[in-house]
Design a protein around this ligand. Structure first.
Ligand code: HEM
Length: 444
């Protein structure tokens, strides 16, 4: 059966639209060619997927033939692997599997719930900063503030107070390194890594900073004979139950960088998008206020509507808008035969707005997540944290901090757009408001 899709001429002609706004390009493709279409030109062999059935086929049932997109090019690290090294987010197959087994216990729901007090502590400092912004009348960028508080939370949960300085250093260095990787992947000509440039020098300095801070912290912990009860301590003690294998210092370095890299900008983007929508929907904001005025942020389980708002923000503006896999051998996708080496791109932004699976998909409405609403829905119509074996290890962490920070900010402050909304979105690996979200902060 021939798959629908643009011929190679139409694909080339569509490139400017695509480079201008990738997600709008995928949306146009979906509306024109349907849930599953094929694009083949200039060595690309792409299957563009916008239905939850394909999520199941590729991410869940297809783990033997669909693998993560290789983070090596010409035998050298490339993409995220340049900054994060070989770790949970940049490996697949057996190299990934044992890491995941070793890391899973550190992200167990009960251990994560114990981190709520630390999250509230960081939230109080966020409130202090927002309070200062409210007394000055100058706008702030809410995205920058959300990145600051989520990075603070990763630092405090990873390193505790004794290594606070190291935590901050790793945070800014990982940001700098990932920024370099993102800019490299966007540039039309990728200079070899051996060519010196100011950006490359900053990247090298950031990598040295990560190494020094993490190896220093590991050495201090090993010397003291106490692993500690923070995330670093859990990684130092982690053992693969099946083989008894432990993480080496290099592997711990990579996993620390991975958790920083994967674990703060995503949540910060989700919180910023939540406020982006709340500023435009006063009736939803009023329902949120009614709840957060009644319930303490530590009582996260009671913050049911706040959780619905956060879930809906993740549907409406998924921070990871596209997920991809490559075939290691010929495979089937729906009614089609797919060649070895082909790429499937799962377009989360389309799936989250699929009219067969969502009522009023184009409306931001937390009632999409009313208790019981999930029961009647396709299991894979909602995948902000991915699906299948690679599903986000930090989802409990993100949901806990997302709900706490949303409630804490809503309790005390009001935000008003300082510029016209909506301002569009920027995508690299994650999706965020273009140019941040300038707001005027007020006290309630
Ligand atoms: C709203 C916030 C977040 C979103 C939207 C998000 C999204 C995702 C997605 C879509 C994946 C799957 C990638 C794939 O299938 O290849 C993933 C994996 C991952 N996430 Fe998250 N994430 C969030 C927060 C976090 C946090 C807070 C942490 C750590 C504290 C974290 C750590 C990771 C790691 C280590 C992986 C790799 C898992 C594996 O392959 O075994 N994420 N995340």
């Amino acid at each position: 059966m021939t798959a629908p899709g643009p011929g190679s001429v139409a694909a080339v002609l569509g490139l400017p639209r695509f480079f201008n706004d990738q997600l709008a390009g995928f949306r146009y493709g979906w509306e024109t060619y349907g849930d599953l279409y094929h694009v083949q030109f200039a060595g690309w062999d792409l299957w563009i997927c916008s239905s939850p059935d394909q999520v199941k086929e590729v991410l869940v049932d297809g783990r033997d033939q669909w693998r993560r997109i290789e983070e090596n090019r010409w035998g050298r690290p490339f993409g995220l692997r340049l900054a994060l090294g070989e770790g949970l987010l940049t490996t697949d197959g057996p190299a990934w599997q044992w890491r995941r087994r070793v890391m899973n216990p550190a992200f167990h729901r009960e251990l994560v719930n114990d981190m709520a007090a630390t999250m509230v502590g960081a939230g109080k400092e966020m409130s202090q900063r927002l309070g200062e912004a409210a007394t000055r009348s100058r706008p702030i960028d809410l995205l920058t503030e959300m990145k600051r508080v989520t990075q603070d939370i990763i630092s405090r949960t990873m390193f505790s107070a004794d290594l606070e300085h190291e935590g901050g250093r790793v945070g800014s260095a990982v940001d700098e390194a990932l920024d370099y990787v993102a800019r490299r992947s966007r540039s039309i000509v990728e200079l070899p890594l051996t060519v010196p440039s100011p950006a490359k020098r900053r990247f090298d300095a950031a990598m040295r900073d990560i190494d020094q801070a993490v190896y220093h912290s590991i050495a201090l912990r090993r010397e003291s004979g106490e692993a500690g009860d923070d995330l670093l301590g859990l990684l130092l003690q982690a053992t693969d139950e099946e083989t008894g294998r432990e993480l080496s210092d290099d592997q711990i370095r990579n996993e620390v960088a991975t958790v920083y890299g994967a674990g703060h900008e995503t949540t910060a983007n989700a919180l910023t998008w939540a406020w982006h929508e709340l500023m435009q929907t006063p009736e939803i904001l009023a329902r949120l206020h009614e709840e957060v005025d009644r319930i303490d942020p530590m009582d996260v389980g009671g913050l049911q509507y706040t959780r619905m708002v956060f879930d809906e923000a993740l549907r409406f503006r998924p921070p990871v808008p596209v997920n991809g896999r490559v075939t290691t051998k010929p495979a089937r996708l729906g009614p089609h035969q797919v060649a070895k080496g082909a790429t499937a791109l799962l377009i989360v932004t389309n799936i989250h707005r699929h009219p067969d699976h969502w009522e009023q998909p184009e409306v931001f409405d937390p009632d999409h997540f009313m208790p019981g609403a999930r029961a009647g829905r396709h299991r894979y119509a909602y995948l902000p944290f991915g699906a299948g074996p690679h599903m986000c290890i930090g989802s409990n962490f993100a949901l806990l901090e997302g709900v706490i920070l949303l409630a804490m900010a809503a309790r005390e402050f009001t935000f008003q757009p300082a510029t016209e909304l909506p301002r569009g979105q920027a995508t690299a690996v994650t999706m965020k408001p273009k140019g941040g979200l300038p707001v005027k902060v007020g006290r309630r």
